[in-house]
Design a protein. Structure first.
Length: 354
């Protein structure tokens, strides 16, 4: 793996700017969508299209922003016609719509397929037909060596995006993928659950204290998507370097911020489809990754269907590389995890209420 500067693509990514442009965010009422929309408005986007299936969250977001540059589209990525309405006239698309909860996807895997795979195909194809110039698709560390339905469906979402780039080399639209781990204080994440349990005087429920997870803020997830937006070649995969901690350390860190008492930890066991450690890059991907400072870029595998030369010409560099995983990245202790937590706006607000 070598450190290189990102090369400009045929679509001149270095010249991209959201100022004066129309941007669509699928799943735009989620945690990522709200933060990204705020960034886009601050950076001068002409219009931000928020596409989601939740009319209640759309109404809350409409009131919170109160900005005439925001437009709201009710629909589902499973329905290509509703997607088409939201991407028509858009310059760029950030595709965040997904089913993300591991347990629910385990019980309803067919729903994960319809949203995460078929829905992503709909977004990419309708965006291409509408003349969109760039689509950035959001993925997850669970797509690497997936053991659950959510991860499997997101892995195939990545393949869907990369297949478009591979099969349409002359397209004016750049499709890229970002992959990241747990986003701290996102909707449904463990940190607000821990805080709620502490305020209620309840024990902190842990699935498995030894479990490790990458830690990234919502702001950092926006930084990753913006990096992909500005630097992507068609089919590129981007990962942001991130530290990790065990779930036990995270629980003690949260407890130490909100309580002076020794935490009461209750282990409930791993849930459906969970892994002890997560991986952001497989060893095969890491072997060809380019180090871009705070990010890794994995270029698209552009081989065709003729594999004859690979029977006689192999590569041995993969055998000397490890995965980039939550148990071999930089590990945070309780104090450094607390330092990270203090930088999260939502945690700051909760601490102010203490």
């Amino acid at each position: 793996m070598t450190q290189v500067d990102a090369a400009p693509s045929a679509t001149s990514p270095a010249d991209r700017s959201v100022a004066g442009q129309v941007v669509t965010i699928t799943g735009g009422t989620g945690s990522f969508g709200s933060v990204m929309a705020r960034h886009l408005i601050e950076e001068g986007a002409a219009r931000v299209n928020i596409f989601s299936r939740d009319e209640a969250k759309q109404d809350l977001m409409r009131r919170a922003f109160n900005d005439e540059r925001m437009r709201f589209f009710l629909g589902d990525v499973r329905d290509a016609d509703s997607v088409r309405a939201a991407v028509t006239g858009a310059d760029y698309v950030f595709h965040a719509a997904a089913l993300k909860q591991v347990p629910s996807c385990e019980f309803f895997p067919q729903q994960a397929v319809k949203t995460n795979i078929v829905g992503s195909h709909n977004v990419i194809e309708t965006a291409a037909a509408a003349g969109v110039r760039s689509v950035v698709c959001l993925s997850t560390d669970k797509a690497v060596y997936p053991v659950n339905a959510m991860g499997m469906s997101k892995a195939l979402m990545e393949k869907t995006a990369q297949a478009y780039a591979r099969n349409n080399p002359d397209s004016d639209m750049t499709v890229s993928v970002t992959r990241y781990g747990n986003v701290m204080y996102s909707r449904g994440s463990v940190i607000p659950a821990f805080i709620g349990q502490l305020r209620a005087g309840q024990p902190l429920t842990l699935t498995e204290p030894r479990m490790t997870r990458f830690l990234m803020s919502l702001g950092e997830s926006v930084d990753l998507v913006k990096h992909a937006f500005f630097h992507a070649q068609p089919g590129d995969l981007f990962v942001k370097k991130a530290p990790a901690s065990t779930v036990g350390v995270l629980a003690r860190a949260v407890s130490g911020l909100f309580s002076d008492a020794e935490p009461d930890l209750r282990v409930i066991g791993m849930r459906h489809g969970e892994k002890l450690h997560e991986t952001l890059l497989s060893r095969e991907e890491f072997a060809k990754a380019e180090d871009q400072g705070d990010f890794f870029r994995v270029p698209l595998d552009t081989r065709g269907l003729q594999y004859e030369k690979y029977f006689t010409e192999g590569e041995d560099e993969i055998s000397h590389v490890e995965d980039y995983a939550s148990d071999n990245t930089h590990q945070l202790d309780v104090a450094s995890t607390q330092d990270l937590l203090r930088k999260i706006p939502e945690v700051q607000e909760e601490l102010a209420r203490r």
